[in-house]
Structures are given as structure tokens and as C-alpha cells.
Design a protein around this ligand. Structure first.
Ligand SMILES: NC(=O)c1ccc[n+]([C@@H]2O[C@H](COP(=O)([O-])OP(=O)(O)OC[C@H]3O[C@@H](n4cnc5c(N)ncnc54)[C@H](O)[C@@H]3O)[C@@H](O)[C@H]2O)c1
Length: 358
């Protein structure tokens, strides 16, 4: 029993982009299970140095930080060396930034992922890889027949109500292309080279440690603005619908993917809150007003490139293979995120001991 526990404790999980929102939550989960964590990150996302400090404080000598960039093959080869499992999360994450700099977006998301795959392929024992792709690989979904209510779009025909992995790929926006190409490489390295890989095509994830901004992470962004009394711009009519997934549920799915890696290798799964956790932008504003008691200042601007009017994940494939389901409802999840934002803001007024990136 003792030796089995020691063996498990010694396993090393590499998380690229591990200082980011999802990465921090994932690191925390694996730490709680007795794993060692290697975080690889260039800390380019504003705010994530705070996450890094939090996870270093929490994990002590069980956490190692390796500063580096996925675009640099030597950096990533060093990071991959000796690990038992890899979550590849490091990415340029915003559609808006990809439109401003498509080449940089490609270099980070596609080339960076290929670097990770090649580094794994070069190992004597290739560790499994779980990759976080996006619902943007399905494009604008313009063929969905939608109707409007006062606060949201809805799909009257059950055929369009949720999107499965069988949906045709239709990369839209440079971000959709770079993530989509990486998604296909990850899938193909399972076929062509026998690597044990899984792809999650994720909808909107939200929760603590998310430094949402206008470009990415809209649930956190709205809550942060509300907590600061700042105005919120709604791009489009605000009736866009998403299935949002609380990060703890995603982390559980990530863990199950690893536990079942030999059965699931080579698979792609859509991952989100599903039909029970849908919300529109306008509806989120109402929830925020109810939670904070504040009157929000909002304005409207044109819809953004590549923005789907309606996206709800069909997660039944992953559920049927692993038994996973989303447990945290929208009200509970948003309350938890808001509590973290308020607490984090209070902590930020204290002197910071944040460790600088090398
Ligand atoms: N959060 C969501 O709703 C969502 C939805 C779909 C897909 N995803 C994907 O999930 C992953 C994690 O997203 P997140 O929300 O945690 O984002 P995040 O921005 O919080 O985390 C990404 C991390 O990657 C790091 N990074 C960026 N470029 C890098 C580089 N060149 N080299 C090394 N590190 C780099 C950043 O500093 C950051 O810490 C991303 O791949 C993203 O595309 C997220």
C-alpha cells in the first residue's frame, strides 16, 4: 500500500500554460491527488503571475516552474523530459488578437502544438497528451435554424440544439484555424505515430483564477467589470447563447480522460456545460445584477468576427465513455467565481510577493 502511494505521488504532470486559468485549477486538482506538477509558461497572459505564485505557495516542492515558450522546441523538449502525463494548454487564446496577428497566433497555437507532439514522439516512453481545442473549429454554424426570444436565441428543432463531434469542421478566424490545425495534428499523431492523445473541443469555461477580459473569458470579464463598477460593452445583440462549464467540472473531465487514456486514445470530445447550462449574454447580465445588487452600465457594439449566435455542446460521447457529467449549475458557479474575484481584489491591495518570470 505504502509503495503504491509513493509511486503515485512521484508521477509528474506537465501543464503547458499551467499558470493560466485552466492550468492553475488543473494543477491544484493534481496536487490534491498527490502528483508532482511541472508548470511551463511564458506568463504572457496578464494576471497569471498571481496564479503561479498561488500554486507555488500551495504546492511547495511538489511544484516546479519552468519558464519557457512553446514556440521554442528546445524549451519544450526540456519540459517534456521525464514527465508521466501532459496537458497542453499554452495558447494564444483570443479570436480578436488572432485577427491582429495571425502569424503569431499560428506560431503559438499550431507550431507550438507541433513542437509538443514532436518532443513527445522523441521520448523513449511517450507520455499521454490531453489537448484543449475549441468550439470555434465548427465555424459560424450559420445553417442552424434559430428563433429569438426577448433574451436569447433558441433552436426549435432538436437536431440543432447541441453540437456533436460529428459536426463538419469549418475553421473560422485565424484562432479557429490555428487551434483547429493543432487539434487535427494531435488527433493524427495518435493515428500515425501511436501517441496516446485526446482532444477536448471546449465551449466556454469559467471559474476562479480566470483573468477574463474583453477578448476572452466573457463570464469572468463581465463579473470583474461589475465588481469595479465599470461599463460593459456587448458585441452583437446580447442574445448569443453558450453552454458554460464550471472549471471544477472541466478538471474532473481532464482527470477522467487521463484515467481512461488507453481506451480513449485518439478520440475527440466536445466539452461544455451542455443543454442544462446554457445562458445568453443578456441573461448573464441579469444574474450579475441579482448577485451584486448593482445597476450595470452597458452599451452595444457590432457583432464580432466568428461569433456564433448559438453554441451548445453535445457532451454525450464523453459521458457515455466515462460516466462524467457537469455537476455545478450556473447560479452556483457564478457565485463562486464572483466570490473569488472580490477576494482576489482585496488580496491585490496587499503588497505582492509575485515571483518574476525568468
Ligand atoms: N477558457 C475557455 O473558455 C476556453 C475555451 C476553449 C478553449 N480553451 C483553451 O484552453 C486552454 C487554456 O485556456 P485558459 O482559459 O486557461 O487561458 P489562459 O490565457 O488563462 O492560459 C493560457 C496560458 O498560456 C500561457 N502562454 C501563452 N502563450 C504561451 C507561449 N507561447 N508559451 C508558453 N506559454 C504561453 C499564458 O501565459 C497563460 O498562462 C487554451 O489552449 C485555450 O485555447 C479555453
Amino acid at each position: 500500500m505504502k509503495s503504491a502511494l509513493l509511486k503515485k505521488r512521484n508521477k509528474i504532470v506537465l501543464i503547458t500554460g499551467g499558470a493560466g486559468f485552466v492550468g492553475t485549477n488543473l494543477a491544484n486538482h493534481f496536487l490534491s491527488r498527490g502528483y508532482r506538477i511541472r508548470i511551463f509558461d511564458n506568463l504572457s497572459r496578464k494576471g497569471v503571475d498571481q496564479n503561479l505564485q498561488w500554486i507555488l505557495d500551495r504546492g511547495g516542492d511538489q511544484v516546479e516552474f519552468l519558464p519557457g515558450d512553446v514556440r521554442d522546441f528546445h524549451d519544450i523538449r526540456e519540459a517534456v523530459s521525464g514527465v508521466d502525463l501532459i496537458y497542453h494548454l499554452a495558447a494564444q487564446v483570443a479570436v480578436t488578437s488572432s485577427l491582429l496577428g495571425p502569424v503569431e497566433d499560428f506560431e503559438i497555437n499550431t507550431r507550438g502544438t507541433l513542437n509538443v507532439l514532436e518532443a513527445i514522439r522523441g521520448q523513449v516512453q511517450s507520455p499521454p497528451l490531453i489537448y484543449t481545442s475549441t468550439n470555434k473549429v465548427y465555424g459560424g454554424l450559420h445553417d442552424l435554424i434559430l428563433r429569438e426570444k426577448t433574451t436569447r436565441y433558441f433552436a426549435p428543432n432538436s437536431r440543432y440544439r447541441s453540437i456533436s463531434e460529428n459536426r463538419q469542421l469549418d475553421f473560422h478566424s485565424p484562432y479557429g484555424c490555428s487551434k483547429g490545425a493543432a487539434d487535427q495534428y494531435v488527433r493524427d499523431y495518435a493515428r500515425s505515430f501511436g501517441l496516446r492523445t485526446i482532444v477536448f473541443r471546449m465551449s466556454c469555461i469559467y471559474g476562479p483564477h480566470q483573468f477574463g477580459n474583453e477578448d476572452q473569458g466573457w463570464v469572468a470579464h463581465f463579473l470583474i467589470r461589475a465588481s469595479q463598477g465599470e461599463p460593459i460593452t456587448i458585441y452583437g445583440d446580447g442574445k448569443q447563447v453558450r453552454d458554460i462549464l464550471f472549471v471544477e467540472d472541466l478538471v474532473e473531465a481532464c482527470y477522467l480522460a487521463y484515467q481512461n487514456i488507453d481506451r480513449l486514445a485518439g478520440s475527440v470530445f466536445n466539452m461544455g456545460g451542455g443543454a442544462h447550462n446554457t445562458i445568453s449574454l443578456l441573461e448573464l447580465l441579469k444574474v450579475i445584477r441579482d448577485i451584486t445588487g448593482s445597476t450595470l452600465k452597458t452599451s452595444f457594439a457590432n457583432a464580432r468576427e466568428g461569433d456564433q449566435r448559438y453554441y451548445v455542446s453535445d457532451t454525450s460521447a464523453f459521458t457515455s465513455r466515462t460516466g462524467w457529467s457537469a455537476k455545478v449549475g450556473i447560479g452556483q458557479g457564478i457565485n463562486k467565481l464572483y466570490a473569488w474575484i472580490v477576494k482576489n481584489r482585496a488580496a491585490q491591495s496587499e503588497p505582492s510577493l509575485v515571483r518574476a518570470a525568468a
